[in-house]
Every structure is written in C-alpha cells, then in structure tokens.
Design a binder for this molecule. Sequence first.
Ligand code: ATP
Ligand code: MN
Length: 483
Amino acid sequence: MSFAPKNNIFSILKNSKPGQTVRALGWVRTKREIKNVQFIALNDGSTLSNLQVVLDPAGFDMELLKKINTGAAIEVEGVIEESQGQGQQMDLKAEKIKLLGEADPEEYPIQPKRHSMEFLRELGHLRPRTNTFSAIFRLRHQLAMAIHRYFDQKGFYYLHSPVITGSDAEGAGEMFRVTTLNPINPPKNEDGDVDFKEDFFGKETNLTVSGQLEAEIAALALSKVYTFGPTFRAENSNTTRHLAEFWMIEPEMAFFDLEDDMDLAEEMLQFVLKEVLHHSSEDLAFLAKRFDDEQKQKPQNERSPWTLIERIKFVIENKFIRVPYDEAFQILRNSKPNKKKRFEYPVENWGMDFQSEHEKYLVEKHFKSPVIIYNYPKDIKAFYMRENEDGKTVAAMDILFPSIGEIVGGSQREERHDVLLEKIRKNNIPEKDVWWYLETRKFGTVPHSGFGLGFERLMVFLTGMGNIRDVIPFPRAPKLAEY
Ligand code: ATP
Ligand code: MN
C-alpha cells in the first residue's frame, strides 16, 4: 500500500488526531453492517482495545469484503475521525484495504463470544487472539519486566543457571531425564544396568528443578544474584497450582540472614505488584471484571471475599505478618475448624507440614494479612537449610498469599562445612555429586540466604485465573505437551 506510518493500534488510539492518515494492521475480531456501513473491530495485540474501522462498501471490491471475517488479517489505510458511535473515541475511515490472510468463517473456531477455558486450552495456537489471553500475556511481560527492574535497581546480577543439570541433589521433586541413548537398546555395563558413561554427557543428566545451588556459587562471588528461568518437575500432580514446566525467580544473597531474606521478598513482591497495577490498569480492569463475573457463578461460601484489585491491594498495603512455625502450629491446633474437625488434614503433631487449607486459614481468617511462616521443623525441609540453635528447626521461611497459599519458599543456607557435610550424609546424597557445593563452604564461606518465587503462582494471583495452565503460553502438565 502506501507510505502512511505503520503504527501499532495502541499508539494509533493513544496519539492520533482527527484528520490524520494512518495505516493499521491486525486481525479482525468482528464485522457488522448497519445501514450500509460496515464496522470492523481490528486488534493487533498491542492493547485490549480494538480499533474501529468504518467503511462504505460501495467503494470496495465485493469479493474482498466477503473475505473480511473474524480471524482474517488485514491492512487498512485511512483517515482518523471522531467516532459517531459509543464505546470508542475515534474511528478509522478506510480508504484502502488489503487482505493479508483469510480465515474461513466455517472453520475458524474462535467466535466473538465467551468460550470456556477448557475449550480454549485445546486451542493453544489460537487462544492468544482472545481478549483474556492477550491480556494475560501482556501482563506476564509486564510482571517479568518489573521483576528485572526491581533486582537491577537493587544491585543484583541476572544469572543464567543451566537448564540441564548433572546434580539431582536439590531434592525439590521428581526429575526429567535428559539422554541421547536409544531407549530400545541402551548400552549396558557389567552389572547389566544402563551405562550412562556412554551417554552424551558421560553421566546421568536431568532437567533442573531449581537454579539455587548454582545461584549460591555465584552469590559467593558476586554477592547478589538472581536467576529467572524455566524449572521442571516430573511429579504427577494434576492440580490447578502445579505445572511440569514453570518459571522460577531465585535471588541469592551473600551476607543476608533469614530476616534480610524476608525483608527482601516482602519488598520485592509489593514492588512488582504495584508496578503492574500502575502500568497495566486496562488489562487488569478487564480481568477484574472477568473475575467478578466468575465469582457470581459460584455458591456463596466459595466466593472470594475480595475483588481482584482489592486482593492485589491487600498484599501491597498490608505488612506481611511473620510467625514462627511453632506459633502457627499452636494457632492451627487450637482453631475452630480444627476442633470441629473441619480440616481434611487434622493439626495434631508438631512437625507436620501445613496444607493449603491451613495456609488459607492463617492468611484469610486468623491474621487477615499475608503471612510469612519461619523456623520450620528440620525434617520437613531441604538439607541445605541452616540449622537453628534449638537443633529441631531450620532457618526456612514460606510466604503465604490469600487464595493461593505458598508463593515463596526460602531459607538461610547452611554455611558451616561440618554441619552441611553431616546433613548430606544423613540424606544419603553421594558426596561425589556435591563436592563443588561443599567446597564453597571450605573456601571463604559466609552466611547467605535466598528464596524461590514461582512466577506462574504470582501470575495466578495477579490475574485471578482459576488454573495455572491459563497463565503460561504453552502449559506442560501430565499428558499435556501439544505445540
Ligand atoms: P508446593 O508445596 O506448592 O508443591 P514446593 O514447596 O514443592 O511447592 P518449592 O520447591 O519450594 O515448591 O519451589 C519454590 C516455589 O516454586 C513455590 O513456592 C511455588 O511458588 C513454585 N512452585 C513449586 N512447584 C511448582 C509447580 N509444580 N508449578 C508451578 N509452580 C511451582
Ligand atoms: Mn516450598
């Protein structure tokens, strides 16, 4: 076509004045005809709002106009006019239209109506074209950028930890094996076992469950680092809170104790949520409306006590209440639902791990604030967490959010070589696999701390989506790896 600037729809809607010639490219959301005028809602994903294209069919080829249907891609050049209709400020009065890509209306599955999330999950290649998913993916970007901004401002270095790992010591979950051996006829050693010496790396390798151990190495040189990358867990957990592939943010700081760790996590979560609330108000308002409509469908006792925006502000505006495990345990044991046997998992014995029903009770009913539980019984936590003086607990902390429960898990790390070595032996972790980790405690060891934040868990909280599979572009879960 011609030489009008090729701006995206976000900037056309934001910056153009009546009389200006512009060129817009995008996908047709709807087309209507009223009194011999056609209205096309055009969207290019740069904003939730559509650009309304207005055209007089008399000036265009009939065959071309017939092909402009929901899902088709077009290029339009024309003049900006003040809109006569309601719902938008301006229209684009079309002068030239080019069809870039057709979409057969008989076949195109996304209609201008509300589809169920289950239906759209089967259409991972097309669901980004809906209002809901384009809003989610724009928010995902904003949230990721806010996280990078936060750490950058705080003097952290972004560390790229490996996706393929030669250590399975972390013990955070079941792992996916990485191999180039032929599964039908793998090489065997003298004992008849698979001979991984013949494998690509000459040893067993897996997809990482966490970048923490590598981040610790870096923190013991650069002082403050964070990772932000994909992590993998092969657990067969078909829940609305678990993915087999998810993104994790793992800051790791030398010279930080557990309290510094909690301060950082709290400040960071409040910062990033505030940023997104500020930068993405249009997308959030759309999802807030969606959340509201969804709550109305639910029985009274299952409805959220907050609107989506209230729920976000609840975290931004409240100080996170910090309670030792001991105290949280007493509160739960003496709670009404526990006494009336309304918890699925009764709270009886010190040392038990809390379930999400307990976490929700503490956050929503008892404290009415985000909660950080710290100093957990050592038997339910990982080997690398620093043992406290009492000999029973470790310097661990979990951050609990309303509706979703655990969002962050962190700890001060065990920096004493002898204590760590004993823990490694007790946990039957082969020393030959973690010799490098142990050496960091031999040469210039210092107190240090860190935590892991599940990016998609935070996205679920931010967007109000009911299922974690709907906040990642291409979810990976048991029996689910299409695309
Ligand atoms: P959970 O008990 O909820 O399964 P976890 O204690 O196993 O989680 P950690 O190993 O502490 O999880 O991981 C740190 C963070 O990563 C968690 O706080 C959570 O936000 C997130 N996370 C853990 N597992 C998953 C998963 N399968 N899918 C998405 N996010 C996850
Ligand atoms: Mn955890």
